[in-house]
Structure formats: structure tokens, C-alpha cells
Design a protein around this ligand. Structure first.
Ligand SMILES: Nc1ncnc2c1ncn2[C@@H]1O[C@H](COP(=O)(O)OP(=O)(O)OP(=O)(O)O)[C@@H](O)[C@H]1O
Ligand SMILES: [Mg+2]
Length: 207
């Protein structure tokens, strides 16, 4: 069963000189349990494509064609509450700028709890247990549940965002350069742990 089917995806940016095509008809399938690494030079359209898949595009970008089916549902047709139901629970995204995406006014624990409260009926004990578990998964000490983003390093903030993406065990996690703020050793360990490197090393660029 394919979790994700992308067909002829096209994204354009409206510019004063007219539309600039950033994604030119991309198609691929992603089956359950599969990892897919997308490799390309800076500015080739990777982030734009991922934003389109997750329905996170905003002006001046717009989806100019194609289809994105997630779990058999055409994501382009979902609106409001339907889209909200999918986010975090079924599909989560770690953005390229993840280390700056945390709310500076809330502790890490409060932000993890917010996601759980918005999308599950878990009680406080379960929320606390799962929050500690996901911090373990990204090698951040549980005591940092009480920390605010400014008290963490850039790499720790990036890992906290990854913890948030893992929180509700979504079917699909989209990660846009999720380890860019980590040193190479931590990055390699993380890749092994999250089994990202299998997909990357299988790409023609690394073989
Ligand atoms: N607001 C915008 N208006 C016009 N063009 C834009 C806008 N934002 C991005 N682009 C263009 O879209 C193209 C794709 O950008 P994108 O961020 O998707 O690249 P990327 O592959 O993720 O690069 P990187 O590896 O550096 O993150 C770039 O050429 C960029 O100039
Ligand atoms: Mg990018």
C-alpha cells in the first residue's frame, strides 16, 4: 500500500516578471515502511516540493498542477478541520528552519503537551510519559522538558522539533535537512538511529 503518491507536481512562484516554475512535474510513490531521500543542489526546489506535499505553501507560491494522494486521499481537496486532523497525527513535517520553529515563550514540555492535547484524548500522565520517551529518542535529557528553547543549543532545538514530529507516530514524516545544525558525529548517529542513512547511501550521489 502506498502512503504517498505524487503525480506531475508543479509549483510556481508568482514574481513581478511572471510565474517562476520551481517544481516541474515531479512524480513518485512512497510505500508503507519505505524511506525516500531527495537529493539535489541548493535552490533546485526540494523545500518547495515538500511544502506543496504537506499543503504548507503560501503566496507567492502556489501549486500549479498535479496531485498529491496521502493514504488514498487527495490532499489538495482537504480544508480546515479535515486538514487539521491529518497534521501531526498522520503527517508531520520538520522544516529546514526547524531550530527557529519552536515557540520561544513555552517550555519544550508545554509545546509537546500542546500537540498531544490538540490531537489526542490522552491524560496528563500519558502525555508526560510519551514526551519523555520522544526526548530519549533524540538523545535530549528528559530534564529539558522544563527548558525553554533559548536554553537549548541550535542542534538541540532541531532535535526537539524532530521529537515533536515523532510524538504521535504519524504514518509519514517529512524532514527537510533535519540534521543541518548537528555536528557530523551526532548527525551520523541520528541518521543510523532514524535509518535515514540507508535511503541516502542508496542514492546514486553516494554510491
Ligand atoms: N518567494 C519566492 N519567490 C520567487 N522564487 C522563490 C521564492 N522562494 C523560493 N524561490 C525559488 O524557488 C527555488 C527553489 O527553492 P527551494 O527553497 O525549494 O530550494 P531547495 O532545493 O530547498 O534549496 P536548499 O537546498 O538550499 O534548501 C529557488 O530557485 C528559489 O529562488
Ligand atoms: Mg531547502
Amino acid at each position: 500500500m502506498n502512503v504517498l503518491e505524487v503525480r506531475d507536481l508543479m509549483v510556481e512562484y508568482d514574481t513581478p516578471k511572471g510565474p517562476a516554475q520551481a517544481v516541474h512535474g515531479v512524480s513518485f510513490d512512497l510505500a508503507e515502511g519505505e524511506f525516500l531521500a531527495i537529493v539535489g543542489e541548493s535552490g533546485c526546489g526540494k523545500s518547495t516540493m515538500l511544502f506543496a506535499i504537506a499543503r504548507l505553501l503560501s503566496a507567492p507560491a502556489r501549486m500549479a498542477g498535479g496531485e498529491v494522494r496521502f493514504n488514498g486521499v487527495d490532499l489538495a481537496r482537504l480544508e480546515g478541520e479535515e486538514l487539521r486532523q491529518v497534521r501531526w497525527r498522520d503527517l508531520s513535517v520538520v522544516m529546514q528552519s526547524a531550530m527557529n520553529a519552536l515557540n520561544p515563550t513555552l517550555s519544550i514540555g508545554a509545546q509537546l503537551a500542546d500537540v498531544c492535547r490538540a490531537h489526542t484524548d490522552w491524560d496528563d500522565a500519558r502525555i508526560a510519559a510519551r514526551s519523555a520517551e520522544v526526548l530519549d529518542m533524540v538523545s535530549i535529557d528528559r530534564t529539558h522538558l522544563k527548558s525553554y528553547p533559548f536554553q537549548l543549543s541550535g542542534g538541540m532545538r532541531q532535535r526537539a522539533m524532530i521529537a515533536m514530529a515523532l510524538l504521535l507516530e504519524p504514518k509519514l514524516i517529512i524532514m527537510d535537512e533535519p540534521t543541518s545544525a548537528l555536528d557530523v558525529v551526532a548527525s551520523a548517529h541520528s541518521c543510523v538511529r532514524w535509518r535515514i542513512c540507508d535511503a541516502v547511501s542508496a542514492s546514486p550521489f553516494f554510491s
